[in-house]
Design a protein around this ligand. Structure first.
Ligand SMILES: Nc1ncnc2c1ncn2[C@@H]1O[C@H](COP(=O)(O)OP(=O)(O)O)[C@@H](O)[C@H]1O
Ligand SMILES: [Mg+2]
Length: 235
């Protein structure tokens, strides 16, 4: 018997409308999508099409005007902010274009942070061993005590990858993770992200401008002016 696949993330009738000086602006308009556990999906679309807003909503970092998001079956916006933070801590890793490392913490401390904030460690390892092991895995075993400003962009994004993966979240969201890196450095970071995702069997939802990166995903979802234009299986 074939087991039905678990749904990692699902958006139903998701809209985001904000008020600005000229009136109301529809940023996302009735988005419906469903990502199965284990899939890799690229979200593509022109700048301003709503990609970052969508990813922020799927992570519960922002609230929608209407609609729902389910993360592994739990409805995100029925929870209060603390509840969403707890759900996120358990299920979601996030990688940003601008790395978003804490500048006053070194590489090891940045990776320790999710474990300190949640009081959880993966697989019974000690926090230090988990953080050190993952930093070694991303090639930064010699940079544990370096502060972000003494790391290159590519190194900072590797630390951010280690931070995102350290609690072994089943869902990884990445918003243009190579957008601040040169092409070659970006490719190495993306390779690493796909490898970690595969090793851990997690689900990857990746916003990217780069058609080559999008092609590496199982499927692409294209946004145009806040709507899903096309959802295509990558060839
Ligand atoms: N809080 C906000 N208030 C007003 N406009 C916003 C807000 N957030 C995003 N926008 C606008 O919504 C559109 C989509 O933004 P964004 O999701 O960042 O797009 P993308 O990531 O695809 O470039 C843009 O036109 C942006 O200026
Ligand atoms: Mg964006």
């Amino acid at each position: 018997m074939i087991e039905p696949k678990e749904i990692a993330v699902e958006a139903r009738n998701l809209s985001k409308i904000v008020q600005d000086a000229t009136g109301s602006l529809t940023i996302l308009d009735d988005i419906n999508l469903r990502i199965t556990a284990g899939e890799t999906v690229a979200i593509v679309g022109a700048s301003g099409s709503g990609k970052s807003t969508l990813l922020g909503l799927l992570a519960g970092l922002d609230v929608p005007t209407s609609g729902s998001v389910h993360i592994f079956g739990r409805e995100l916006f029925l929870l209060d902010e603390d509840g969403r933070a707890a759900l996120r801590a358990e299920h979601v890793g996030f990688v940003f274009q601008s790395f978003q490392l804490l500048p006053h913490l070194n590489a090891l401390e940045n990776v320790l942070l999710p474990m300190e904030l949640t009081g959880r460690t993966p697989d019974g390892a000690s926090p230090i061993d988990a953080a050190r092991g993952l930093l070694q895995r991303v090639g930064l075993g010699e940079r544990l005590a370096h502060y972000p400003k003494y790391l290159s962009g590519g190194e900072q994004q590797r630390v951010a990858l280690a931070r995102a993966f350290v609690l072994r979240p089943p869902l990884l969201l990445a918003d243009e993770p190579t957008g601040s890196l040169d092409a070659r450095t970006g490719e190495a970071v993306i390779d690493l992200m796909f490898e970690l995702n595969r090793e851990r069997g997690s689900t990857l939802l990746l916003v990217t401008h780069d058609p080559g990166i999008a092609q590496r995903c199982d499927r692409q979802i294209e946004l145009h002016a806040g709507r899903v234009l096309a959802s295509a299986v990558a060839v």
